[in-house]
Design a protein around this ligand. Structure first.
Ligand code: AMP
Ligand code: MG
Length: 505
């Protein structure tokens, strides 16, 4: 994993497929039909090198570690070599962006290589993001820059480490090929992995355009592969599409509860960035909160604050309504669609309550717990306390071994003391050691804060990938102490507040 630059791969022929004994391919999405995608090959990048690799994801895919270290893997995961069995394509989708119908979008820079059978027998799609132009690139160059690719790679694996549903990242490779953004940067490719990269926008696309029958074909494909239980829903009987809408709403509610409890801002919750599987997808200007500022806007391009942290749950619901609208021709009537969407609010509220209670060490919630949670969040907001450090310190304090006290984080000590008295009363009957242990298992010590990503990026731009590797290792197990990496759990430095991350990537 610590491998430095690999030597360049000269003279690789991307058109002739190479045998890939390490991977077992299938191509169900390609087989779905020509209206859903365009077959095409990635465009080569000169002299690729490894920037980061995830052993965990390689293991999940049953990839031979020897192959993962090979020149063939480097070429294949950059898009310079086509592996036998893979049938690369770009899929077409549409979407609502910042609340407006944006029409056709599609994989403008991501190329699906096909599905790989994972170690446990289930298929996983493998996609190269930044692999060159496609018919859906519009004005874009089909590329992704190194900085955003490192952020996507690390955050995918960090989210997984946190137990949050997400697309995964197998690798990030770089090339010195120049890419023009606000400045000239260099190109990179993230090899992303997910059971499916289908988005709400795929369904919107075939609802508002495309040939008759395509929407139903796509929905059937999705249900058969990912939601087979929707064919025998107790509530919706013979209407699997209503059951699908309900199942997606429930998964999305669970996801949003995880985001909110962890302090994760996605930044661009357009319907084309919403996974039909309820996965976190398309890492762009995301941010884990430093100070707890409920209205925090992490996307510098989001001038209206549509995707502010505290708006995310409502935006997700708005997006689900778009999905419901798109599925309406299959569902049949509006009342049934509305009934399918109904579960979102209560499922989100219950999941969030459960997760916030767990952060306080409360496995079972009682009357008054909601106020306890709301009141500490109000105090965190009032004093702009660092969100994750607060929870981690509280966990240690409950265990009786605080290195630093929670109190040091606050300005309004009397308000905190009053809250602490209530909290101690609440947990007094519970076994302190077990409570603390449970809290340390849900309140992470390590998050991919913007400044950490920024440091890893700056080093990588100087061709030093060691911090990418170190962060990956720590973020894969963010609840462990990693005493040798204490500095990575520090409060953010002053300069961190000046970091501006926009949609440019
Ligand atoms: P995003 O905001 O990254 O989710 O992208 C929105 C749409 O723009 C998607 O269709 C992307 O494929 C496309 N896109 C973003 N960046 C590029 C690029 N550099 N080249 C081509 N298409 C892009
Ligand atoms: Mg996107």
């Amino acid at each position: 994993m610590d491998s430095p630059l690999s030597p360049s791969l000269a003279g690789v022929d991307a058109s002739a497929p190479a045998a890939s004994p390490a991977l077992r391919w299938s191509n169900s999405f390609a087989d779905l039909g020509a209206v859903f995608s365009t077959p095409l090959s990635p465009t080569e990048l000169p002299d690729p090198y490894w920037v980061g690799r995830s052993q965990q994801v390689a293991d999940m895919l049953g990839i031979d570690p020897l192959w993962m270290g090979s020149e063939q893997a480097l070429a294949a995961l950059t898009g310079n070599l086509r592996l036998e069995g893979s049938r690369p394509l770009a899929s077409v989708y549409s979407g609502h962006q910042f609340g407006q119908w944006a029409g056709q979008l599609g994989d403008g820079r991501a190329i699906l290589l096909g599905e790989i059978e994972t170690a446990d027998g289930t298929p996983s799609e493998l996609q190269l993001k930044g692999a060159g132009p496609t018919p859906y690139s519009r004005m874009g160059d089909g590329r992704a820059v190194l900085r955003s690719s490192i952020r996507e790679f690390l955050c995918s694996e960090a989210m997984h480490g946190l137990g949050i549903a997400t697309t995964r990242a197998l690798s990030v490779t770089g090339s010195d090929a120049r890419v023009r953004r606000e400045e000239v940067e260099t190109a990179a490719v993230v090899a992303r992995v997910a059971p499916s990269f289908l988005r709400f926008g795929h369904f919107e696309h075939f609802s508002y355009g495309g040939p008759a029958g395509a929407l139903g074909q796509l929905a059937d494909y999705c249900i058969d592969r990912h939601y087979p239980q929707c064919r025998s829903s107790a509530r919706f009987g013979a209407n699997p599409y209503a059951a699908l809408l309900e199942a997606v709403s429930a998964r999305t509610a669970e996801l949003l509860a995880q985001w909110q409890a962890t302090g994760f801002c996605h930044g661009v919750m357009n319907t084309d960035n919403m996974s039909i599987l309820g996965l976190t997808i398309d890492y762009g200007p995301f941010q884990f909160l430093d100070a707890f500022i409920p209205g925090h806007i992490c996307n510098h391009s989001d001038s209206q604050g549509r995707y502010a942290f505290n708006r995310q749950p409502n935006i997700a619901q708005w997006n689900l309504f778009c999905l419901g609208q798109a599925l309406l021709p299959l569902i049949g009537d509006q009342d049934t669609a509305l009934a399918a969407l109904e579960c979102y609010q209560p499922a989100f509220a219950a999941a969030l309550q459960r997760r916030m209670a767990a952060k306080l060490g409360l496995a079972h919630t009682h009357d008054g717990d909601r106020e306890l949670i709301e009141d500490i969040l109000a105090l965190l907001a009032q004093d702009r306390v660092d969100y994750s450090i607060f929870w981690r310190r509280l966990s240690h304090q409950v265990g009786g071994q605080p290195q630093h006290t929670v109190r040091e984080l606050f300005v309004d000590h009397s308000a905190l003391d009053a809250w602490m008295t209530r909290y101690h009363q609440r947990i007094a009957p519970l076994p302190a050691a077990a409570v603390a242990r449970a809290m340390l298992g849900v309140n992470p010590k390590f998050l991919l804060r913007n400044y950490l990503g920024e440091q890893a990026i700056r080093q990588a731009q100087r061709k030093d990938y060691s911090l990418v590797t170190t962060l990956l290792r720590v973020l894969e197990a963010p609840f462990d102490e990693h005493p040798q990496h204490e500095a990575l759990a520090d409060l953010p430095p002053q300069w961190a507040s000046g970091i501006e991350i926009s949609c440019s990537s």
